[in-house]
Design a protein. Structure first.
Lengths: 312, 312
């Protein structure tokens, strides 16, 4: 691989679609974005928008396509990485078994690689962020969904059917609230954004209160807000005890909206792991904040494409 | 590697120490054993017993040591596999940071490889038993302790500090009974042999009732016994939902004493996974019985030594 080669990262989210040209140092040299809802009427509309935006980005930046190693696309759902097929996107209707790699390669004549969005965030943090040089790590994304990506023995582990890392659906209790996955008592039903907002609304008797406001209240020492974050952190910690005991990672990296309340949740998460996980793996695991914010997926696209290019 | 080469497997348990000469087809051609409690007074006594028994086994079977690829030793505790050091054996006193590989190699002049006993069982089932050809699988050992070994992307995954796979210490609930690991509500506190025997004793008002008897009662349709196994299977299943959602394995292999009640527990374990785990990984995972019984560790020793020899 020559060092003047770039990767175009595309991070497809349920709200926005981000584009970024990434160089080998992890610098994003050009960006653009689309609003996802403008292209939801049919999957072809969204695919064409992706292709058009690639062409626009190259043209606007006078980008020489010979310097492009490939395109990495992160998608919010189940992706068959080997075949380059989008199996299912829970929040973008109409996407079922779409051979996106083939469709895009035929148009763009550039190698295209697809993966799940949380996997790309994980690769990004591993190669350029809070996980550099760490052979065994778990990258947790706290949001409406609670997901994770697993780097095990210096490799992204995807599982038999590309669904590994579903931390949000680790049961927290034998019995508990129903989950939209069909199960119940899943971690996401306790610490996902929706149950948290509902809980905050009840606690503060204010249906419109935002989690950022509860973070500010905790900052000011509000006891209700402090207790709110304490309990959430214990629950996240309990889920991570399973991860620590099963996978014995050296580092757990936590990002996503709720991680902005890190002052209130990280000490309790660490304490819960120390108290509940087995002593050897508990002692060696570090719990740290994600470093790359919303750039992680684009940088992960670089890692995905570059690794694939090195394997060829 | 020549096909006439053998591995000497040694399976150190808290009760017995098994020795077996294993050939490349997984056939055990000669065996012997020691009773562990005869050698507990000092670690040197146990080490010397291991060395003596190796020599006796070779002599008795007129074994040509040139046909030996190496010795694989499984130990019931924490093993630094890379350095060949036994870190800690919870049920064999006096073992702390013992450089067993070096000690045995100096005496025997044969390559020695150490690993945790459940890891060797996992390697055995993977290479010669219920997991042949499966790239992603979890091998569960149900007993006094509840452990597991992880084959991920066609490789035994040991974790950062060789403690991965501690399924018995996955929390089953936010709150629950204290565990001797220092945590609480660990799966082992619900489905390990000790809590099960206590539970059976209370249920049948008989302090000496054995789990085998509860299995027989369930066979005969005893409602209390059927309910006993049903609840245990739901709890094992709940622990395995975490494994299925985090690791998306193709197969889960279950062995150990409690798995003898497979007629009563396996259908409920499968049903619990089907109901509680995410649909894609739940649909693709098979839950099967271990095939190798108490030979698994010795056969795993073959796999360990052979893989190490191939890497050299």
């Amino acid at each position: 691989m020559r060092s003047n080669q770039f990767v175009l990262g595309i991070d497809v989210g349920a709200t926005n679609i981000k584009f970024g040209l990434v160089d080998s140092s992890g610098k994003i040299t050009a960006t653009s974005h689309l609003v996802t809802r403008d292209f939801l009427s049919h999957k072809t509309k969204l695919i064409n928008a992706l292709l058009d935006e690639c062409a626009i980005l190259f043209k606007k930046n006078r980008f020489n396509i010979n310097n492009l190693l490939g395109v990495g696309v992160g998608l919010p759902g189940l992706v068959d990485v080997t075949r380059g097929i989008v199996r299912f996107l829970p929040n973008i209707p109409g996407w079922k078994d779409v051979p996106l790699k083939k469709i895009m390669e035929e148009k763009l004549r550039i190698p295209i690689f697809l993966d799940n969005d949380v996997n790309l965030i994980t690769l990004g943090e591993w190669k350029f962020g809070a996980g550099r040089g760490i052979p065994n790590m778990v990258c947790v994304a706290l949001g409406t969904g609670v997901g994770s990506g697993l780097i095990l023995d210096n490799k992204l582990y995807r599982g038999e059917g590309f669904t590994a890392g579903e931390l949000g659906h680790v049961p927290l209790n034998e019995k508990g609230p129903k989950c939209n996955c069909g199960g119940w008592a899943c971690l996401e039903q306790y610490v996902g954004n929706k149950p948290l907002q509902k809980k905050a609304a009840g606690l503060f008797k204010d249906n419109r209160i935002q989690l950022e406001e509860v973070d500010r209240l905790a900052e000011q020492g509000n006891p209700k807000a402090l207790k709110f974050w304490h309990q959430i952190a214990e629950q996240i910690g309990c889920g991570l005890v399973s991860v620590v005991n099963l996978l014995n990672p050296r580092r757990i990296i936590i990002g996503g909206g709720v991680s902005n309340a890190y002052r209130h949740i990280f000490p309790v998460i660490r304490e819960t792991i120390r108290k509940r996980a087995m002593s050897v793996p508990a002692r060696m695991v570090e719990v740290v904040r994600a470093q790359l914010g919303n750039k992680a997926g684009l940088l992960g696209a670089y890692a995905l494409v570059n690794d694939a290019a090195c394997e060829r």
